[in-house]
Ligand binder design. Structure first.
Ligand code: UDP
Length: 352
């Protein structure tokens, strides 16, 4: 392939893009361009990452905002299709399981643009989660599926990928681990206590139901009375906290940059999160975590004895936090590879 078009739209995709783009710039002669759909647009969720992670400015930002997910996917797929149709010898590279990912997968398929998907093969079996639909469809349309873990690869093989479903499946390892190993921690401007629990919450399942978010906030307020809780708050979560009229009694920060997040992870006693990325980074940081999801995206971390899962209920959260002390904490296995995912992806792009 002579050209890779990276399609991104949200914060974790920018982190993965940063390491892959840099690797390909240094170690291959493939041309690269970046298209931003506009999904995340505030400074602290978007430009900050371009600046701090030295990502080149996108060639195009479609600036698409739409209140309905399908409306967004439709507009983004349309805009991307018009772009792809003009490209020769280019492949589309998509990350994860967002609406931008699916939109790009649809546009690439319609324009016969080869589709390369990173973070393929994640399966929760829960089709009520928007991410699950996005990844099922994107995996199915991709010409090359890059998997972070053996478990992800096994999921694809069990579904007939690489046999009855023609595509390449590659165990690349996790670009998030590459990023975690390469990017240095950054200075945190806010004064924080010596000991704290780091928390991030933003999944639709925990926000769309007032009861769920109220239970989570209640549990965090209570935990904060013993060990400080620090939460960089996602804009969606902030809006919901305000609209539901919930009272926060712990330390709330605006969203921080990736290097600052790495510092927070290093300093935290443990992590409470519903984020696929942050749960992996807790594991990379050798920190136990409580994952507030009915079906966690990365059961590997729980199977390794490094995390527990909880429903969004105050008593369950508090009970599980106590149980974190008893975890065997087997952090040493290379579940997510060895930090060379970009090199593995690069090698497979060259030969394909
Ligand atoms: N993150 C960040 N600043 C924050 C919160 C999270 O840089 O204030 C990073 C975090 O370290 C991880 C990524 O954002 O690398 C996770 O993104 P998010 O939780 O938005 O999405 P998910 O991983 O759940 O798809």
């Amino acid at each position: 392939m002579r050209k890779i078009i990276h399609i991104v739209g949200n914060r974790p995709q920018l982190i993965k893009l940063a390491v892959l783009h840099q690797y390909l710039s240094l170690h291959s002669d493939v041309q690269q361009s970046i298209i931003h759909t506009g999904q995340h647009y505030s400074y602290s969720m978007n430009e900050l990452f371009f600046e701090e992670l030295s990502i080149p400015t996108p060639d195009i930002n479609f600036n698409i905002q739409h209140s309905s997910p399908n409306g967004f996917i439709g507009l983004a797929a349309d805009a991307l299709q018009q772009f792809f149709v003009k490209e020769q010898n280019a492949a589309a590279f998509v990350y994860g399981d967002t609406n931008s990912t699916l939109a790009a997968a649809l546009a690439a398929t319609r324009t016969h643009t080869p589709l390369l998907h990173f973070e393929a093969g994640v399966r929760t079996g829960d089709n009520s989660m928007p991410e699950e639909i996005n990844r099922l469809l994107t995996d199915r349309l991709a010409n090359i599926n890059f998997c972070c873990t053996q478990n992800n690869l096994n999921n694809l093989l069990a579904e007939g990928y690489g046999s009855s479903i023609p595509c390449k499946t590659i165990l690349s390892g996790d670009l998030m681990l590459d990023a975690f190993l390469k990017i240095a921690p950054g200075k945190i401007s806010t004064q924080l206590p010596d000991e704290f629990i780091l928390c991030t919450i933003h999944r639709a399942a925990n926000l769309s139901d007032k009861n769920n978010l109220a239970h989570i906030i209640d549990a965090l307020n209570q935990l904060h009375q013993q060990t400080a809780v620090v939460m960089p708050i996602h804009p969606h979560t902030q809006k919901k906290i305000e609209s539901y009229g919930l009272a926060i009694e712990f330390i709330a920060l605006p969203p921080v940059g990736y290097p600052q997040m790495k510092s927070l992870l290093q300093r935290a006693v443990f992590v409470i999160t519903d984020s696929g990325g942050t749960s992996r980074e807790a594991y990379f940081s050798n920190k136990p975590s409580l994952i507030i999801m009915n079906k966690p995206f990365w059961p590997e971390i729980i199977e390794a004895g490094c995390a527990l899962q909880s429903i969004a209920h105050k008593n369950e959260i508090l009970k599980n936090v106590q149980l974190l002390n008893n975890l065997p904490l087997h952090f040493n296995s290379a579940i997510f590879g060895n930090g060379n995912a970009a090199a593995s992806i690069g090698a497979n792009i060259r030969v394909s």
